[in-house]
Design a protein around this ligand. Structure first.
Ligand code: SAM
Length: 395
């Protein structure tokens, strides 16, 4: 619901200046200084007019509360409520829940409340829901290990959908109920909750506790990010079309003076760097309309435990200069991160200037000089895995 513009908004906000943190970035990592004896730091996202904020902060003077609200016309009412109650353990940020890591340092927060967030019912707006996986991954960054998110909503569909988001983002679910007040009022109500409860709408609630992030196999992470491709490890039946793709890239193979054959392809599928096992090695093709459009050979856990080594990446020569390579490689850092890797590395043959430009364009930087096993000079390039890489096609 859009709120009517409040009269004298600025004057009313200024009258609450003691509770209003105008530049939260300055307090990043220092919020506890606002209440050094605080047991915990608790956030509320989208506090609206602040009934829950005010009553919770009043009931728990031992905790420090920060409420984030992006509509000042609503926030001013919440601040006035808290000021009128004389509360000294609650502060307000006129800001966006998408930017929490700019306001709070890693592990700084103990608990986050998400109460009756906007449901954004259309699938095309799903990314705006405050329980969308990427929002939850953002909250992870500022929540301490074992920290909690307490989520309440009247919206059944949003709730059922959110129950899938929490585990994907590494939160263990507990206290799941689809009728919180079935046997009488539980806990402190929000303004919206009070209204919906009075109308007889059951209130849903769950708690997500920050746990270790589940590792998603890299190939699965690529599939999620590139849903228009069939991505599968190259098997015996794929050899002929994959070889045909390699043959359409003579520019690459002339660099090392070789030409691909069925035997060399079979050998590449099995080739391993020193001290690596077959489980670490992957050689996949990206198929569309029954044709492989690119191949990627990678090794997980080489040369460091959390590094993904790219052995080969080639796009079909017939499809070059259409941005396909960049698109596929933009998906890899996020897939690597979800797979438990923290960085990606590769060796670019000296003289492969086009290749070097490409890898730089997708975020790789020179790490050091090196050599192939047969002594040819290469540049080792590296980039970080990226926690926030987008996932295309997910609602
Ligand atoms: C439906 S209201 C619920 C208000 C309150 N939590 C309650 O239960 O009464 C949702 C509130 O979240 C705020 N909000 C939505 N998205 C937000 C975001 N990304 N960051 C901060 N506030 C947000 C809206 O401005 C609105 O005040």
């Amino acid at each position: 619901m859009r709120m009517r513009k409040k009269k004298n908004l600025e004057a009313r906000m200024e009258a609450c200046a003691g509770l209003w943190v105008k530049d939260p970035r300055q307090l990043r990592g220092h919020w506890r200084e606002k209440k050094p004896d605080a047991r915990g730091l608790r956030l509320e996202l989208g506090c609206g007019k602040g009934r829950f904020t005010a009553e919770t902060a009043a009931a728990h003077p031992e905790d420090l509360y920060v409420a984030v609200e992006r509509v000042p016309d609503a926030m001013v009412i919440a601040m006035e409520r808290c000021r009128n109650l004389g509360l000294s353990n609650v502060f307000f940020i006129d800001g966006d829940a998408a930017e929490l890591d700019r306001y709070f340092a890693p592990d700084e927060v103990d608990l986050i409340y998400i109460n009756f967030c906007d449901p954004w019912p259309s699938v095309k707006h799903a990314r705006r829901r405050l329980t969308y996986e990427s929002f939850l991954r953002g909250y992870r960054k500022i929540l301490r290990d074992g920290g909690r998110i307490e989520f309440k909503t009247d919206n059944h569909d949003l709730f059922e959908w959110s129950l899938f988001q929490f585990p994907k983002a590494g939160f263990d679910l507990s206290e799941v109920t689809r009728n919180l007040h079935e046997h009488g009022i539980q806990g402190i109500m929000t303004d919206y909750e009070e209204k919906f409860h009075a109308l007889g709408t059951p209130i849903n609630r769950c708690v997500g506790t920050k746990a270790a992030l589940p590792d998603v196999p890299v190939v699965e992470g690529l599939r999620r990010r590139l849903p228009d491709f069939e991505i599968r490890e190259v098997g015996e039946a794929d050899l002929a079309p994959v070889l045909a793709l390699l043959e359409r890239r003579p520019d690459y193979f002339t660099l090392d003076g070789s030409a691909p054959t069925l035997d060399s392809l079979r050998a590449d599928l099995a080739a391993l760097p020193p001290r690596c096992t077959a489980e670490q090695k992957h050689y996949a093709a990206f198929w569309r309309d029954g044709q492989p459009e690119a191949v990627l050979d990678w090794v997980e856990g080489y040369p460091r435990e959390q590094t993904l080594w790219i052995g080969l990446f080639l796009v079909d020569g017939a499809l070059s200069r259409r941005g396909l390579g960049k698109r596929l490689m933009s998906a890899l850092p996020g897939a690597a991160y979800d797979g438990g890797m923290d960085s990606l590395r590769l060796a670019c043959l000296e003289g492969n200037e086009g290749g070097h430009r490409f890898w730089e364009a997708v975020g790789f930087r020179d790490l050091r000089d090196g050599q192939t096993t047969d002594g040819r000079p290469v540049t080792i390039m590296e980039r970080l895995a990226a926690p926030d890489a987008g996932v295309e096609g997910q609602p």
